[in-house]
Design a protein around this ligand. Sequence first.
Ligand code: NAD
Length: 268
Amino acid sequence: MKGLVGKTALITGASSGIGQAIAIRLAEEGCNIVINYRSNPDAAEDTRRIAMEKACADVENCGVKALLLKGDVSKEEDAIALVQQSIDHFGQLDILINNAGVQADSPSEALEADSFDWVLGVNLRGAYLCARETIKHLLAHNRPGSVINISSVHEIIPRPQYLSYSISKGGMGNMTRTLALEYAAKGIRVNGIGPGATITPINDEWTDNPAKKAEVESHIPMGRAGTSEEMAAAVAFLASDEAAYITGQTLYIDGGLTLYADFREAWS
Ligand code: NAD
C-alpha cells in the first residue's frame, strides 16, 4: 500500500494475536517494525522471524528491520522508553499501533478495583501514554504520522460482565476522536479499528471449544469469527497514504456484528 516503505511502526503487544499479525503485515508493506512485548521474548522473536520471512517474499522489502522491546505499556517509564528507544534505533517513528490489551470478566457488582485498574491501565492509560510520546516526537520534528488504536466492537456495544473492558474501549474511541481533532492540522492522523470476535489467544476460552465457537459465531451475521490477518489488513490501509484523508474514525471489522444481528429475521 502507498506510503509505507521506509516508515517505522511501533506495535504494542506484538508477540501474539492481532498485534503479531499487524507487525507481520506492516513489515510485508516495507515498514521497519518495533515489536513490543510484555513478558514473552520467544513469542516476540517468532513475530520477528515470520515478519522477516514474509517481508523477504518481496525482494524490495528484504531490507526491513525489526527491533524487539520489552515493556509494560501501563507504566509511564516503560511507555516513554518504548517510544524513545524506537526513535534512537531507527532515527524516527511514524506509526504507532496501540494494540496491547487485556480483559477481565466479573459481575459488575463484584468487580475488584484492582482488576478494574489493571484493564484500564493497559487498554486506556497505556494507549494514551504511547500516543502522547509518539505525538510529542512527531510535533518536535514537524513530521506527519499515524496513530491507530485497536479498539473493539465494545467501543459501542455494551458488554455485561466486562465493565472495565467496555469502559476502556469506549474511552479509546473518544481518545481517537479527540486526538484526531487536536492534531489534524499537524498532519497526524488518529484512527482506530473495532474488531469483532477474532480468533486469538485472548479468546481461547471459546476458540478451542467447537460448541462454544459455534455459539459465538451464531451471533455474527457473516457466520464466522474474524482472523488477525483481516484486522491487520485494515490497519495497513489506515496507516498508508491510501487513507490520507481519514482521521478520527473507528472502522468496525466484525462480520456485521455491529448491525444489530437480532434484526436479521423480520420481527412479527
Ligand atoms: P492477545 O491476548 O493475543 O494480545 C494482547 C497482547 O497484549 C498480548 O501479546 C499481551 O502480551 C499484550 N499485553 C498485555 N498487557 C500488556 C502490557 N501491560 N504491556 C504490553 N503488552 C501487553 O489478544 P488479541 O485478541 O490479539 O488482542 C489484541 C487487541 O485486540 C486488544 O487490544 C484487544 O482488546 C483487541 N480486540 C480483540 C478482539 C478479539 O476477539 N480477539 C476483539 C476486539 C478487540
